[in-house]
Design a binder for this molecule. Structure first.
Ligand SMILES: [Fe+2]
Length: 158
């Protein structure tokens, strides 16, 4: 018997798994990032009359797979939800699996979610994690540059 994944459960799972990410900066980023992506996908989703609940849930759970590894984290995130026997519809699956910069989401929710994942980075709270206490590493610079370039590219799709 599958269990319904509610927004409350998604928030709890998000905190549970993201708090296990070892790197402090990455952990702090992912915690803030996940709720920002949820917020921004709701904003866009409302205007486009999409499934807001799936978008919000996806925001919280799409990066939980980072706790295993960054590589393949979308698939890891989905695997965690499958193992926990949650109901996963096509929209949620598309959002989680295809949020990467080079993926091609199939559903309208997935397309919006991919955009929200990138443009959410343009936010003081998110950037302050990277700019706060120590210089950016080469990897962090590359990550931010990738997110920002994709954000500007994806904005034109809205
Ligand atoms: Fe993300």
């Amino acid at each position: 018997m599958k269990e319904k994944l509610t927004i409350e459960k998604a928030k709890k799972i998000s905190a549970e798994y993201l708090n296990k990410v070892e790197d402090k900066r990455l952990r702090e980023f992912l915690l803030i990032h996940s709720s920002k992506v949820a917020e921004i996908s709701i904003l866009i989703g409302k205007v486009k009359k999409l499934d807001i609940e799936s978008l919000e849930i996806a925001g919280f759970v799409h990066d939980i797979g980072y706790f295993i590894s960054e590589h393949d984290h979308p698939k890891n995130s989905l695997d965690i939800l499958v193992k926990k026997k949650f109901e996963i519809d096509e929209k949620l699956k598309d959002c989680v699996l295809n949020h990467g910069a080079n993926d091609e989401p199939q559903t309208e929710e997935g397309k919006i979610f991919q955009i929200a994942d990138k443009i959410s980075i343009l936010d003081q709270e998110t950037l302050s994690i990277f700019l706060n206490d120590k210089p950016l590493t080469k990897e962090e610079k590359e990550f931010l540059a990738m997110m920002l370039s994709k954000a500007s590219m994806f904005l034109s799709r809205l």
